[in-house]
Design a protein. Structure first.
Length: 596
DNA sequence: AATTGTTGCACC
DNA sequence: AAACGGTGCAACAATT
């Protein structure tokens, strides 16, 4: 048994590393002594679905003691880890969904067997304070939380030790994981400290979760939700490789063609704004639009306004290259041996709790104009793709809680809210619609003008008409802003506490609506899980869920799933409607387009 | 050469 | 009286 120590805030942490079979009884004895332990794994990477993915180390820790087990050496170490996981009543892991994927694929313990005893410090931390570091919050990553709540020196040392390790092995922090020697001392120390930090964070953060959140059962709710999204991750999405490859090469041709045009004007790289700004200025074109940091902007908007053949070529070359790399190559490179791709579904991520999807399937940002990108994702054999989305979710949510009579009446009696707003201002329906959505974001007339196609007097008139027509919205927004100014927070109906930045009190309304709507989707996912729909769910996209249903039963299943998703908030129904496509996800969009 | 910041762009 | 909310990622540029 190798022994290492680590000092955190003057306290000594003992890290014991199992080296041989003879060390296992002591490890097992440690496991038996504890009711709750921190847990973490070190692996060859993050791609737990890959053929060559391996579990290297498994670590268990209390607040002052950790055991590191070299699972990569095979039996009997793997069995010891398996037994420990089954024996400990409670586990604490940071972003535990990942470790459960690892344990399932590498040790054969189904996620379902462990999920109910795992506390996830990422979820707990979010309920305490959801803000990212760049929002001047604690962040959600383990290292960030350690820095903010526990000990900045430790956070710095952990980070530093990985940088040093990467240097020692002449590689990057990203690529070090499969290369580092299993018994490298700084690797073992880093590995051993992780479960210790996780359980320390858990003990510190749990009492900081607002009483209200606990009373409304949010902690358990978020853990159950994370489990269902982990099931979606495990299922993955079948990729139409032929389709994706065809589109990728088609886009490469397109990209090359327009790059040639750009080059004919002496510009090497259409993605370099610096080169382009110089070139356009030399041509006598005056650029005025600025970026957020005050530099000259050269976005699509600016390029459209330039009447020079190079401007159009730049737009086309950039678009082809972005689409090829971001959507098609990403999916092709990330696929597994069965041609499935897996998203990383972060079930509780944004400040408002909104989920994000990162990694191989950036599903939340797929172009929606046609099925061009989404066509590469297929329902299972003999299945069809189904999308079920909530109708007018955020505006209905607003109406339900602000209780404005006109707005409520519109939704209760199937009237056209956008037209009502437009009529009140004597404006076009589309301007009414934009004003309605702008209210949800908390924007003023300037934002309406910035959106284009509307000048100042009309923008002002439409927003005045909005305020006059739905006075309840303004009253409600004021109430939330005042509360935010007083307390720094807005409380959602599920008992979630959302911090509002000082001086930005107007955002309170948006946070209330956005977070509450996210919770309606979250509820839908949990109810669908209970009803046995988990294996058919593919992805959540804010107000929409994507499914693969057996062709034979698609109509009934879609109808039932939509019924399960529908939910009354404060008495007002948020309806859900299903769209059934052919086999590819994109076919849903293409069928819709051909209808109109 | 690797990491970090900036910009632009895809979406709800 | 004035306030446009929430994301992730590719590529380039600047920094270390």
């Amino acid at each position: 048994m190798k022994q290492l120590t680590y000092r955190i805030k003057g306290q000594s942490v003992r890290i014991r590393v199992v080296e041989t079979e003879r060390d296992l009884p002591e490890f097992e004895e440690f496991i038996w002594r504890h009711e709750i332990l921190g847990f973490d794994t070190e692996t060859t990477g993050l791609d737990w679905w890959s053929e060559d993915f391996r579990l290297r180390l498994a670590q268990f820790g209390s607040e002052s003691e950790a055991y590191v087990v070299p699972a990569d050496l095979g039996q009997p170490f793997r069995g010891a880890v398996r037994n420990a996981l089954e024996r400990v009543p409670w586990l604490v892991a940071h972003n535990g969904g990942f470790d459960l994927h690892v344990v399932e694929t590498c040790l054969g313990i189904p996620m379902e067997d462990l999920a109910s005893k795992v506390w996830d410090t990422k979820l707990i931390a979010h309920l305490v304070d959801p803000r990212a570091v760049k929002e001047r919050g604690p962040g959600l990553k383990l290292e960030e939380l350690v820095k903010f709540y526990l000990d900045p020196v430790t956070a710095e040392e952990v980070k530093g030790s990985m940088t040093a390790l990467a240097q020692k092995y002449k590689t990057t922090k990203e690529k070090i994981w499969p290369l580092v020697e299993l018994f490298d001392e700084s690797y073992l120390r880093y590995a051993g400290m992780d479960p210790v930090l996780a359980i320390r964070l858990f003990k510190l953060l749990y009492p900081l979760v607002p009483i209200r959140s606990k009373a409304q059962g949010l902690i358990g709710w978020e853990h159950r939700l994370a489990h269902v999204t982990a099931i979606m991750e495990r299922t993955g999405y079948l990729l139409d490789v032929g389709y994706a490859e065809k589109r990728a090469s088609e886009l490469l041709l397109e990209q090359t063609k327009w790059e040639e045009v750009v080059k004919s004007y002496g510009i090497e790289n259409p993605n370099s704004n610096a080169q382009l700004i110089t070139a356009f200025t030399d041509l006598g074109i005056v650029l005025t639009k600025k970026t957020k940091k005050g530099n000259l902007a050269l976005d699509d908007d600016v390029l459209q306004s330039i009447s020079h053949p190079m401007a159009e070529a730049v737009v086309r070359a950039r678009k082809a290259s972005k689409w090829r790399a971001t959507w098609f190559l990403k999916a092709l490179e990330g696929r597994d041996a069965e041609n499935r791709v897996r998203a990383s579904i972060n079930s509780l991520q944004a400040r408002t709790g909104r989920m994000t999807i990162s990694g191989t399937i950036a599903a939340q940002t797929f172009p929606k104009g046609s099925g061009y990108v989404r066509n590469m994702f297929l329902a299972e054999e003999d299945h069809v793709s189904v999308s079920i989305d909530f109708g007018n979710m955020e505006l209905r949510f607003l109406a339900a809680y602000c209780r404005d009579p006109t707005m409520l009446d519109a939704f209760l009696n199937g009237k056209d809210l956008h037209q009502i707003t437009a009529d009140a201002a004597g404006a076009a329906r589309n301007d009414g619609k934009r004003a309605n959505f702008l209210t949800v974001f908390g924007g003023g007339w300037q934002a309406l003008v910035a959106g284009g196609g509307i000048d100042e007097p009309i923008a002002k008139r439409v927003l005045e008409a909005f305020a006059r027509t739905y006075p309840g919205v303004g009253v409600f927004a004021k109430k939330l802003s005042a509360e935010a100014r007083r307390t720094g927070y807005v409380w959602t109906v599920t008992g979630r506490r959302v911090p509002v930045d000082p001086g930005k009190w107007f955002r309170a309304l948006n946070y209330f609506i956005q977070s509450g709507s996210r919770d309606v989707t979250a509820r839908a996912i949990l109810e669908l899980h209970k009803a046995g729909y988990s294996e058919f769910m593919r992805l959540p996209i804010h107000d929409e869920l994507i499914f693969s249903f057996p062709k034979k039963h698609a109509v009934e299943m879609a109808r039932e799933a939509a019924r399960i998703m529908e939910f009354r908030v404060n008495g007002l129904l948020i309806p859900a409607e299903a769209e059934i496509g052919h086999r590819s996800w994109g076919s849903i969009l293409d069928m819709e387009a051909s209808k109109h």
